[in-house]
Design a protein around this ligand. Structure first.
Ligand SMILES: [Mg+2]
Ligand SMILES: [Zn+2]
Length: 179
């Protein structure tokens, strides 16, 4: 199988400093839905790994999160694609969990689910913690310039100097489909 792991906010949908709290606030970035569909059609299994500390902060509940993800899945399905699996860290920054990125727990969970190693698996994110989680899970970090991406790119630590950077998920998908 060819697995690709995506961060959610700032990669698939618009991020917000006030958190994305509802189905209506969940708005796809231009081209992101089509990009996921293109990956599916090219044979990739698309999984999403997302920090959602808004749950721990009481900003929205599981039902609201489910509604956002139904919207995502429905939009992708309408383009002939599929989001195969979504894993979420519901904890806050001070909860000491092992799943909140930059920790690798969410990615490990996907590796166990699919019974694969993450070596060579692209893990696409817009924040440093996405790249760090990818690296510590043994996946291949990929940075997009949407969301926090430009800020992240401008402040990349030396250890990520050679990370692949793309303008958008659409550009990542185009490169992966060609590869
Ligand atoms: Mg993000
Ligand atoms: Zn967690």
């Amino acid at each position: 199988m060819r697995l690709v792991i995506l961060d959610r906010d700032g990669v698939i949908n618009r991020d917000s400093a006030e958190f994305v709290k509802s189905r209506d606030e969940w708005r796809p970035l231009p081209g992101s839905i089509e990009a996921i569909a293109a990956l599916s059609k090219a044979g990739f299994t698309v999984a999403v790994a997302s920090n959602q500390s808004g749950l721990a902060r009481g900003l929205f509940d599981r039902n609201a999160l489910r509604a956002m993800h139904r919207k995502l899945r429905r939009l992708v399905a309408a383009q002939g694609g599929r989001v195969d699996r979504i894993v979420v860290c519901p904890h806050g920054p001070d909860d000491g969990c092992s799943c909140r990125k930059p920790r690798p727990g969410l990615l490990h969970r996907l590796a166990r689910h699919y019974d694969v190693t993450l070596y060579g698996v692209p893990a696409v994110g817009d924040s440093l913690r996405d790249l760090e989680a990818a690296a510590s899970a043994g996946a291949t970090p990929v940075l997009v310039r949407t969301g926090n991406g430009r800020k992240t790119e401008a402040a990349l630590p030396d250890s990520f100097r050679d990370v692949a950077v793309y303008d958008s998920l659409e550009a990542v998908a185009r490169a992966l489909v060609r590869s």
